[in-house]
Design a protein around this ligand. Structure first.
Ligand code: SF4
Ligand code: SF4
Length: 458
């Protein structure tokens, strides 16, 4: 059984391809790995890890007492050496990295120092970003690299901050139109021929020399989302947005730390149209959801963006057969309880209301009826995301087939869509596809996501 594929999914795949369930039931445990017999809630451990009655470190409990934290060196260093020495060593620790950077010591370049500082940034969200120590502050030259090297560097930094996939869009007379004219809080977003970005009471200013948009996804848990439209399902959306607030702040700190501007979303969904930038950056394709569907995680992502003057090699849009597949699939439309998604086979330029800008040949959604359903269930729904064949756990055999085939030919699209529906969807159209109580017993991955996709060095 492939790693991360549950017993139920494995049996479904076996049944799907005519292999008797009996074979699966008598197969040795080793075939399925240790996870096969795991009790929910207990981490899987290799056989050489044994439970013992006493820890391997010897403890004399008679000598143990409740300690004053301020006696640790973290807090009470000056109890053990003079304050003067504490100050001297503290100042040295804060600045010696800059000296090493000037000396060219490996591992102390301006980008290494900036990444270290940025990694400590918590959840902040603003247009101009948090304060950061700039190369000027450090007395070190700013980072200079080719657009290709810069793109690789930003991708590495973003992955370490918690992003899933990363792409880059160059702003030109067309892509500039994907930046909002007015942000959610009513502030204008303007491109101006100025040297530095600015934010006033009514305007956010992007200098025209900031020509590059960094676009990234943050993965959501498919186990969580398949419990939509309940609060349990909606929790995974909230977590993705919350995680991104920290990711954005870290990216802003990093870019400022290497000497460049970093203009982010002032709040959720600010600055520009996320699916549009996702499409242009090649992170996925537009879909019947009128949202991004990615090859790696289906629609199980949120998409974010930031404008910078750091030159970046743009990434190109992709064709993975996703939009074509949507023409035959329609699963999301069939499962949408409010009938908000289009059943038309072909996409169209025809919009559904003022909430659609138009100009894109897609499947426009009825957002007011969708929102009304959110009010009915008290969450942000998300059923349409959870039933998409590209969302189902990536290791399931049928979905490897779907992804492999639809990118090459559309002739099996209808059959694959209905196979996926009958095989993997376990609930009525307006109900969670998986049991909410069962979620509490899962041996959940950290953050409920698969962080291993395509990243062998992590
Ligand atoms: S979020 Fe729910 S109501 Fe809105 S389009 Fe998706 S399935 Fe329909
Ligand atoms: S459920 Fe089907 S039609 Fe809807 S977005 Fe996913 S692939 Fe496209």
């Amino acid at each position: 059984m492939p790693h991360n594929l549950s017993r139920r999914e494995f049996l479904r795949d076996m049944g799907l391809f005519g292999v008797g369930a009996g074979v699966a039931s008598i197969a040795p445990v080793s075939l399925f790995g240790e996870d096969w017999l795991d009790k929910a809630g207990l981490a899987s451990r290799p056989p050489w890890v044994r439970e013992v009655d006493k820890p391997t470190v010897e403890i004399d409990w008679d000598f143990i007492y409740r300690f004053d934290e301020r006696n640790t060196v973290r807090r009470g260093w000056n109890k053990y050496v003079s304050q003067e020495e504490v100050d001297r060593l503290g100042a040295q620790q804060r600045t010696i990295g800059n000296q090493y950077a000037l000396e060219g010591r490996p591992g102390y370049s301006i980008r290494d120092l900036a990444l270290y500082s940025a990694s400590g940034v918590g959840a902040t969200q603003s247009f101009l970003g948090p304060d950061a120590q700039t190369p000027e502050d450090r007395g070190v030259p700013r980072w200079e690299g080719s657009p290709e090297d810069n793109a690789a560097m930003v991708r590495a930094a973003l992955r370490s901050f918690g992003a899933s996939t990363v792409g880059f869009v160059e702003l030109d007379e067309n892509t500039e139109k994907l930046i909002y004219a007015i942000d959610p809080d009513g502030k204008k977003v303007e491109f101006q021929d100025v040297d530095q970005p600015d934010e006033t009471e009514d305007t956010r200013v992007i200098p025209r020399k900031a020509r590059w948009v960094i676009v990234w996804t943050v993965q959501m848990s498919s186990e969580g989302m398949t419990r939509c439209p309940t609060p349990l399902g909606a929790a995974t959306t909230s977590l993705a947005y919350a995680r991104n607030r920290a990711i954005q702040g870290r990216l802003q700190s990093f870019l400022k730390g290497i000497g460049y501007m970093a203009l982010g979303e002032a709040e959720t969904n600010a600055l520009g149209i996320a699916p549009a930038f996702g499409v242009m950056a090649g992170l996925g394709e537009l879909s019947r959801l009128n949202r991004l569907v990615t090859p790696e995680y289906g629609p199980m992502v949120r998409v974010f963006k930031l404008v910078t003057d750091l030159p970046l090699a743009p990434t190109k849009p992709i064709n993975a057969g996703i939009m074509n597949f949507c023409k035959a699939c329609k699963t999301c439309a069939e499962y949408c309880p409010s009938g908000s998604l289009s059943f038309d086979s072909e996409p169209s330029y025809e919009t559904r209301g003022g909430w659609n800008r138009g100009g894109v040949k897609t499947w426009y959604e009825n957002s007011p009826t969708c929102r009304a359903y959110w009010a009915e269930v008290g969450t942000n729904c998300g059923i349409c995301f959870s039933v998409c064949p590209f969302s189902v756990k990536d290791k399931a055999l049928i979905h490897k087939m779907v992804k492999g085939i639809v990118g090459v030919t559309p002739i099996f699209d209808g059959a694959l869509a209905s196979l996926s529906r009958t095989t993997y969807l376990g609930g009525d159209a307006d109900k969670p596809q998986k049991d909410t109580e069962e979620w509490w017993e899962l041996d959940y991955a950290e953050l409920g996501i698969d962080t291993t996709v395509g990243h062998k060095d992590a």
